[in-house]
Design a protein around this ligand. Structure first.
Ligand SMILES: Cc1ncc(COP(=O)(O)O)c(C=O)c1O
Length: 409
């Protein structure tokens, strides 16, 4: 019997394999840095986009899982995408005002995976990508392996993406491989864009041959009547629609979808297979079964009522407890309010104090800067879906005291 002896000194033992170029540049994001503090026990968090635990339809979903396991021996097997689930997605899209066919629906393990798959489909190393100056950080993570050149356009608390700035860039010769935006309940701004802007963006996509990636996890969470139809309703070739069950059912089902041109389904299938083979069969079938008995109408009504109430409580508390020179969005969709404080307040600094002294967490605006420029350093994103209604006012009152204090200094 031979023995292998390794004789590594400490330095050798600590060496890492050579990383891909893009991975060498990876640092913990500002957001990850903050998570340890934010997630400390006892901290009242307005920071993350979490749904309310007490509103998950756990019993109905549990029954759906049990029935699928009982009746379907293949529920724990590898399996093709669920036709039944695709049928339900077509129905959900119809509620959003979009006509599509099952053949255009691609099932994913959540919207985040939808973004990653579409990025792999459309991007080469160093491709140009267009997004707003303040954008969803998960999108940036999805495109990062391609070391993209980011083109950014301004975005506004009340009107959203500046489509005239998009037009100027395209007219000036820029040809990004995709335009990314969240048209309803924007993350992080909370804004929903007008019908006119949607039509303008679609017209630009067609004219310049640049696809739009329309990320829509919040379209069905609407509080002031139905929102405008998604851009996918206006064009079926230049809009890739990304949907999700995370916010309307539960994030842990890890199920979402992409609506894309039918010809591209084989491409998406290959990319997905390389990523995770398939969306968990049990999850797909259980979500389909849950939807079969049609409880979603009632569930969405509950979510809209409850989250709408929490939004009103949070906005009411801001009115009462934040300085008069602050402004904020009153979102008609989604789970976020964005607050802008007087110029001199640094919300990154404020977060440290807020967690330590008051046990309150939020996300500083700078965490959402698409290109790493110092932006929105006087802004904060506040989530209203997760905090129980009876704790919202007190939480915002405590945060407001610190904000007033910082505004004076
Ligand atoms: C704008 C946006 N896109 C995508 C996602 C990811 O959603 P999912 O849980 O479906 O992957 C989120 C989650 O918060 C989001 O806010």
């Amino acid at each position: 019997m031979s023995t292998v002896t390794t004789n590594l000194d400490d330095d050798d033992a600590r060496r890492l394999p050579e990383l891909a170029v893009w991975a060498r540049g990876v640092r913990r994001s500002a957001l990850q840095e903050m998570l340890t503090e934010i997630l400390r026990p006892g901290v009242l968090s307005f920071a993350l986009g979490l749904p309310a635990v007490e509103l998950f339809p756990s019993a109905a979903y549990g029954e759906a899982v049990a029935r699928v396991l009982e009746e379907d021996p293949r529920a724990l097997q590898y399996g093709p995408p669920s036709r039944a689930l695709k049928r339900h997605v077509v129905g959900l899209m119809e509620r959003r005002g979009v006509e599509c066919r099952e053949e255009q629906v691609f099932i994913t393990s959540g919207a985040q995976q939808g973004l990653s798959l579409v990025a792999r489909l459309l991007l080469d190393e160093g491709s140009e990508v267009l997004t707003e100056e303040l954008t969803y950080t998960g999108f940036l993570q999805a495109v990062e392996p391609f070391s993209p050149k980011l083109l950014t356009v301004p975005t506004d608390l009340e009107t959203g993406i500046d489509t005239d700035a998009v037009e100027r860039l395209l007219r000036g010769g820029a040809r990004p491989r995709l335009i990314y935006t969240v048209p309803d309940g924007h993350n992080p701004l909370g804004v929903s864009v007008s019908r006119e802007k949607r039509a303008h963006l679609v017209e630009l996509a067609r004219r310049y041959g640049v696809p739009i990636v329309e990320d829509d996890p919040y379209g069905l969470l609407s509080y002031d009547g139905p929102p405008a139809a998604p851009m996918r309703a206006l064009d079926e070739r230049w809009v890739f629609y990304v949907g999700s069950f995370s916010k309307i059912l539960a994030p842990a089902v890890r199920a979402g979808w992409v609506v894309a041109p039918e010809e591209l389904m084989p491409h998406l299938s290959i990319i997905k297979e390389a990523s995770d083979i398939d969306t968990a069969t049990l999850s797909q079938r259980a979500v389909a079964r849950y939807l079969e008995d049609d409880p979603l109408d009632e569930h969405l009504t509950t979510l809209r009522r409850e989250y709408g109430r929490r939004r009103d409580l949070l906005v009411g508390a801001l009115r009462k407890h934040f300085p008069e020179d602050s402004r904020w969005s009153v979102p008609s969709n989604g789970v976020f309010v964005w607050a802008e404080l007087a110029g001199g307040v640094d919300t990154q600094e404020l977060l440290g104090r807020s967690v330590r002294e008051e046990g309150i967490a939020f996300l500083p605006g700078g965490a959402f800067s698409a290109d790493g420029m110092a932006r929105a350093t006087n802004c904060m994103r506040l989530n209203f879906s997760h905090t129980p209604p009876d704790r919202i006012e007190d939480g915002i009152a405590r945060l407001g005291r610190l904000v007033c204090d910082a505004s004076k200094g």
